[in-house]
Design a protein around this ligand. Structure first.
Ligand SMILES: NC(=O)c1ccc[n+]([C@@H]2O[C@H](COP(=O)([O-])OP(=O)(O)OC[C@H]3O[C@@H](n4cnc5c(N)ncnc54)[C@H](OP(=O)(O)O)[C@@H]3O)[C@@H](O)[C@H]2O)c1
Length: 379
């Protein structure tokens, strides 16, 4: 009898909740008004229901509903995983996406270890961030430095909860035009360093339900001519993500974030430059804001599942281009225009290099790609 009564109350609650809306109150969420749909409702004792809420704001969150009180229905949201207090290592955090990720996580209360080669830029960036930010100078193409960095993080902070593999390098041009040093550097940074850092990190995060976030690229789904080698390295990262998910211990999460074009200075670095803060700001490429990518990283660290996301989301449709017959059609369509696309992309890259250079020096007319005197060339 009591059981039937509880079921009846549960059904009544769900009917009422589908006609309600939310507002925050008393540390919980009071339902009163607009539609809420439930995936499942489980009766727990006499006075509590649990289920999943599909409200726009709380999509996928677990909710706990109390029986109606004087102020309506009190719905307690089960909190998402919190970032506060976790130790997160973000590579390539002196600029662009990495810097925004560090800012987002530091704002949320994480202890963020930032790394890049340019220690000065790294420390300057850290100075403006809230909370605990620990800048560590490291060239990720050097295996010894990679190992020492992970050892340092664990020794200094006593733990490591998450790794954001962000540092990456591109090359604009046809594959046949890449010199051997650039080829080696791109593969070393985009693939070997990512795999090695992940390997070194796993023992520290495996039994504490940690996260590895790979900043990959839409180019990993749809390789495009001016970025052939870069696309191939990102495809390797995506393959590593799936391979790891299939062998990772339970609780470990492996995420992949695949941005389209992002407004950063990566095209300057792809031209072989090591830009200063000012040059980087002037020489930004077009695209979505790095903060948007950072927000997705934050969601990865606070969610419960492995995530594969494109930024912006609609770029996710690019995955279809990896399947026949679309992939075959792209092979046929892109091959004849590849030299043209490469020339166009190179021209755009040159204009960014010149812009970074011109505003500093005032009156340079040279629009061809040469190393700016004010930037440090890559070794
Ligand atoms: N921008 C885009 O349109 C775009 C699109 C899709 C994916 N992505 C990916 O997003 C990630 C971040 O790109 P971003 O646009 O933010 O690039 P970015 O502005 O050029 O920043 C790259 C960061 O990586 C660091 N870095 C470069 N080489 C390094 C090395 N050998 N060792 C350690 N750190 C190194 C750089 O600092 P130092 O020079 O001081 O070392 C910098 O902090 C990359 O993996 C990139 O492939 C970018």
């Amino acid at each position: 009898m009591a059981f039937r009564f509880t079921i009846a109350i549960a059904i009544l609650d769900v009917v009422l909740l589908t006609r309600s809306r939310t507002d925050d109150r008393c540390g919980g969420t009071r339902m009163s008004g607009a539609p809420v749909r439930m995936d499942a409702v489980v009766v727990r004792g006499d006075d509590e229901l649990t289920g999943r809420c599909r409200l726009a704001d709380y999509s996928g969150s677990r909710v706990s509903m109390r029986r109606p009180g004087p102020n309506g229905y009190l719905v307690r949201m089960f909190p998402k995983r919190i970032v506060k207090g976790r130790v997160v290592l973000v590579t390539g955090a002196s600029a662009g996406i990495g810097r925004s990720v560090a800012a987002r996580l530091a704002t949320a209360g994480a202890t963020v270890v930032t790394s890049a080669r340019d220690g000065t830029r790294l420390r300057t960036a850290a100075r403006y961030l809230p909370g605990t930010v620990d800048p560590v100078e490291c060239d990720l193409t050097d295996q010894r430095q990679r190992r020492e960095m992970i050892d340092y993080v664990v020794a200094r902070h006593g733990r490591l909860d998450a790794l954001v593999n962000n540092a990456g390098l591109g090359h604009v041009g046809l594959f046949g035009d890449i010199d051997q040093n650039s080829l080696r550097e791109i593969v070393e940074l985009n693939v070997i360093a990512v795999a090695d850092l992940t390997r070194l990190t796993l023992p520290h995060i495996a039994d504490r339900g940690g996260d590895v976030v790979m900043i990959s690229s839409v180019a990993g789904w749809v390789p495009v001519p001016p970025l052939s080698l870069y696309s191939a390295t990102k495809a390797a990262v995506n393959a590593l993500v799936h391979a790891l998910r299939r062998e990772a211990p339970p609780g470990l999460r492996i995420h992949s974030i695949n941005p389209g074009p992002v407004r950063t200075e990566w095209l300057l670095r792809a031209a072989g430059l090591r830009p200063s803060d000012d040059e980087g700001r002037r020489g930004c490429s077009f695209g979505t804001s790095p903060e948007r990518v950072a927000e997705e990283v934050y969601r990865c660290l606070t969610g419960y599942r492995n995530r594969t996301v494109a930024v912006p989301r609609w770029f996710g449709a690019a995955r279809l281009a990896g399947l026949p017959p679309l992939s075959n059609a792209l092979d046929l369509a892109l091959a004849p225009v590849a030299p043209l696309l490469a020339r166009w992309a190179r021209h755009y890259q040159d204009s960014l290099v010149t812009r970074a250079r011109r505003e500093q020096h005032g009156d340079l007319d040279d629009t061809t790609s040469t190393l700016p005197t004010s930037t440090t060339p890559r070794n």
